[in-house]
Design a protein around this ligand. Structure first.
Ligand code: C2E
Ligand code: CA
Ligand code: CA
Ligand code: CA
Length: 274
């Protein structure tokens, strides 16, 4: 029994070493990709809930890791966050997306921001300089953030938000309904928009409890005059239910997957033709 116990411990140790090594390699490759500007940005359409007309885009980062293929942002973003690479990565995405949307003056842009970036006291300054360099009107841009940082560090979050607001950029509370989201935060921090997480949207098919939750959530946001975007919309039924609930914008595979700038261009031209 002693033998197998030791054998097992040895096995787990090796397993953990292998995992750590894989993570280190991933981090090194990610650092290189950021330095060489090899990350790419895709754009997912956001439509008006009533008309399904294209009104905006969400920028989503992609990494084609040499020798491995595409790595999910759910894997590489946490690594970027824990290694401090997120500041550079985040500003790269913002810069690239701002350059790109210059071609589509009628569309808004949403960009995801990690709490780690928010901790940099000069973050707002960096954002402002991206707007200046790319000639972007700040009011076209919404920065999407999850509630985590606001819960952990409300005072500093408030200060950082104030600096961003002075630039004229908008701030959305992302992933609402995915965790312990509280409508209190919406009011307290004065978010400009709420994004309903896809998990809540997908729960709609399961019946009335999810529908009740959705109605309650959206009507609270609306009573605070905060517009609502629902993400992860995959079916017509979901789109109809969300519109009826009072969401004003929708996003999801039903309207378009994250796509290249060329693909957005085609959509944009169709939109202009009516
Ligand atoms: P998110 O901000 O909640 O973005 C929405 C995610 O849902 C995206 O996953 C998008 O591709 C996916 N999605 C969109 N429509 C549908 C749908 O109809 N059905 C389903 N099942 N999924 C849909 P993606 O691109 O893999 O990104 C995952 C997460 O990684 C994002 O979640 C965001 O938190 C993070 N992320 C991506 N790019 C960036 C970035 O540039 N900076 C930061 N900080 N985070 C990023
Ligand atoms: Ca988002
Ligand atoms: Ca989400
Ligand atoms: Ca997210």
């Amino acid at each position: 029994a002693k033998e197998t116990g030791r054998g097992r411990a040895e096995y787990y140790r090796k397993e953990m070493d292998a995992e750590r090594e894989e993570r280190n390699k991933l981090e090194i490759d990610l650092r290189i990709a950021i330095e060489r500007r090899e990350l790419t940005v895709l754009y997912q359409p956001v439509v008006e809930a009533g008309t399904w007309r294209l009104v905006g885009l969400e920028a989503l980062c992609r990494w084609d890791r040499p020798g491995y293929g595409y790595v999910s942002p759910d894997v590489f973003i946490p690594i970027a966050e824990s290694t401090g690479l997120i500041d550079q990565l985040g500003l790269f995405v913002l810069h690239r997306a701002c350059e790109t949307i210059a071609a589509w003056p009628e569309l808004k842009l949403a960009v995801n921001i990690s709490p780690g970036q928010f901790r940099d006291p000069a973050f707002a300054v960096h954002v402002g300089s991206v707007f200046r360099k790319t000639g972007t009107k700040p009011s076209r841009v919404t920065l999407e953030m999850t509630e985590g940082y606001f819960i952990q560090n409300p005072e500093r979050a408030r200060g950082a938000l104030a600096k961003l607001r002075q630039l004229g950029v908008k701030i959305a509370l992302d992933d609402f309904g995915a965790g312990f989201s509280s409508v209190g935060y919406l009011r307290q921090f004065g978010f400009d928009r709420m994004k309903i997480d896809k998990s809540l949207v997908h729960a709609l098919a399961e019946g009335s409890r999810a529908v009740d939750m959705l109605h309650a959530t959206v009507s609270l946001a609306r009573s605070l005059d905060i517009p609502v975007t629902a993400e992860g919309v995959e079916t017509k039924d979901q789109a109809v239910a969300l519109k009826l609930s009072g969401c004003d914008e929708l996003q999801g595979y039903l309207f378009g997957k994250p796509m290249t700038a060329q693909e957005v261009d085609a959509l944009y031209r169709k939109r202009s033709e009516g």
